[in-house]
Write a protein that binds this ligand. Structure first.
Ligand SMILES: [Cu+2]
Length: 134
């Protein structure tokens, strides 16, 4: 009698654990990747004469799509990518857009991983950042 009861208790416990585990698995949140790190579809905003990010990260050789939002009314901005901060060699130069406006830039990332450079060509001393290719 006691033996039979402990078996049914075990079964009930096993069912409870299975049910609980199933529930826990369902409610575990899936981590969503940050749009500005790792993804090849990126949104960058310019506002108050500044970019909202100091680093844009993409995969080597990836087809990159950047949605560029210029929230500075009446002010032209762009994003231009160069091999270094000397801005001598262009990787991709996004068209200037006067705010408030949104443009989409598409280009292929360098095939060689490294830390490159981006800036706004209109404000090259203040609006700059690292273009990281992994
Ligand atoms: Cu600018």
């Amino acid at each position: 009698m006691l033996h039979r009861r402990s078996i049914s208790t075990l079964i009930a416990l096993a069912m409870f654990v299975t049910l609980f585990a199933g529930c826990a698995a369902k409610t575990t949140p899936t981590p969503t990747p940050s749009p500005s790190t790792g993804g090849n579809t990126i949104t960058v905003t310019a506002a108050g004469m500044a970019f909202d990010t100091s680093a844009i990260t993409v995969s080597a050789g990836a087809h990159v799509t950047i949605t560029f939002i210029n929230n500075d009314s009446g002010v032209p901005h762009n994003i231009a990518f160069y091999t270094s901060s000397s801005a001598a060699t262009v990787i991709y130069k996004g068209a200037r857009t006067t705010g408030v406006s949104t443009v989409t830039y598409t280009f292929d990332a360098p095939a060689t991983p490294g830390t490159y450079f981006f800036r706004c060509d209109v404000h090259p001393s203040t609006m700059t950042g690292e273009f990281i290719v992994k």
